[in-house]
Ligand binder design. Structure first.
Ligand code: S3P
Length: 168
């Protein structure tokens, strides 16, 4: 059984995945890192040179491949969730958690980051609010919801471990 971390950009998926990996002695993978390695390009380069549609195709292929994996902590990209086939493939052998975050915290946490192509827009605040509005229903219906605005990453990991251990 895998542990799946869903959530918006800057919701803390990678940080929590690393903590979980140590505490549970399980390997963790970052879907975006695998896509970058396989394409030999950064996510920003893929978006700029091949377009978002191409990136979504790579994301879809990887979700398919991961449906056969086991015993992994999988940190997903923030947009994986909007495709039903991705969700079906990933949750086939995974317990899903959704890390929820407020627009204010996303704005704060991404202030100095330039590696997220979807946020390189004129009005970043508006873009974050719009994407969150669109995606929150998907996060909410897919995973066990955890509010990262009120918990530290350590605490979030603790909640996940408790839930995960209770069901395996
Ligand atoms: C995206 C989130 C990013 C990355 C890509 C698209 C999204 O991952 O996959 O830039 O659509 O929300 P993180 O959630 O790890 O930032």
């Amino acid at each position: 059984m895998n542990i799946l971390l869903f959530g918006f950009m800057a919701s803390g998926k990678s940080t929590v995945a690393k903590i979980l990996s140590k505490k549970l002695d399980m390997d963790y993978i970052e879907m975006d890192n695998i896509i970058e390695k396989e394409a030999n390009m950064s996510i920003s380069e893929i978006f700029a040179e091949k377009g978002e549609k191409h990136f979504r195709m790579l994301e879809k292929n990887l979700s398919k491949k991961l449906s056969d994996s086991d015993n992994l902590i999988i940190s997903t990209g923030g947009g994986v969730i909007t495709d039903e086939e991705n969700i079906a493939n990933l949750i086939k052998n995974g317990m899903a958690f959704s890390l929820m975050v407020s627009p204010e915290n996303v704005i704060k946490r991404t202030k100095n980051s330039a590696h997220r192509p979807l946020l390189n827009t004129k009005d970043r605040k508006k873009q974050i609010e719009n994407l969150l509005r669109e995606r929150n229903p998907y996060y909410e219906k897919t995973g066990y919801v955890i509010n990262t605005n009120i918990f530290t990453p350590e605490k979030v990991a603790g909640i996940i471990i408790e839930k995960f251990k209770g069901t395996i």
